[in-house]
Design a protein around this ligand. Structure first.
Ligand code: TYD
Length: 209
């Protein structure tokens, strides 16, 4: 049995989820909670090496199958090495992307059968499910114009077109509809402070008090 809480942050690239997750981390720490922020893919020594393989722009020939298995491999490592031990100690774990990213990107985005993506998630993450998932939703053109403003470092996964990101966005929204108990959909077009306030309110009302 785990006694901590697993809270995940999901959304298309440029949704602002990392900014929000890091804000929540400092808020919770200031309130005296033990918190761990991690990002996927990566977070562990092995996971960061897998991340580098995944994002490398030279790897244009990476097959869909290799891609999803590498995401699963990074996940299997972070879950066992960091997430489960932290939860067992009662830590609140904030995960910047988790299993829903695989269903959204490799499943809805790239067309890997959803059942396959979900089965790989179950293998990689075991029975671990988030207690709460914040989906920061916003129109693709708004999100992409934000990522365009980031300092020119485009990786292999950033080069996808608008239609791809639209499928990912719609996939996320579908998942949120199917799991209303776990998902909270937030308006990513709001300014940073209002969004942070929305997240704090949800956390106070819910599982993290
Ligand atoms: P990252 O630079 O961390 O982007 P972001 O700040 O948007 O999270 O790169 C992660 C990329 O990997 C992002 O484009 C989403 C993608 N991804 C998948 O396609 N499948 C997955 O399972 C995960 C975890 C991420």
């Amino acid at each position: 049995m785990t006694s901590g809480r697993l809270i995940t942050f999901e959304g298309i690239d440029g949704s602002g989820k990392t900014t929000q997750a890091l804000r929540i981390q400092s808020d919770l720490e200031r309130a005296g909670r033990q918190v761990l922020y991690l990002r996927e893919p990566g977070g562990t020594r092995i996971g960061e090496r897998i991340r580098a393989i995944l994002l490398d722009r030279d790897h244009v020939d990476m097959s869909l199958e290799s891609e999803i298995l590498l995401f699963a491999a990074a996940r299997a490592q972070i879950v066992r090495e960091l997430v489960l031990p932290a939860l067992q100690e009662g830590t609140i774990v904030l995960l910047d992307r988790f299993t829903d990213s695989t269903v959204a990107y490799q499943g809805y985005g790239r067309g890997i059968p959803l059942d396959t993506a979900k089965a790989l998630n179950r293998f990689a993450a075991g029975s671990l499910e988030p207690d709460l998932t914040f989906l920061i939703d916003l129109p693709v053109d708004v999100a992409l114009s934000r990522t365009g403003r980031r300092t020119g470092q485009v990786d292999r996964l950033d080069v996808e077109d608008t239609a791809f990101h639209e499928r990912v966005r719609q996939g996320y929204l579908r998942m949120a509809e199917e799991n209303p108990r776990r998902f909270r959909v937030l308006d990513g077009e709001k300014d940073e402070d209002s969004l942070a306030l929305d997240i704090q309110t949800i956390l106070k009302e819910g599982i993290v008090t």
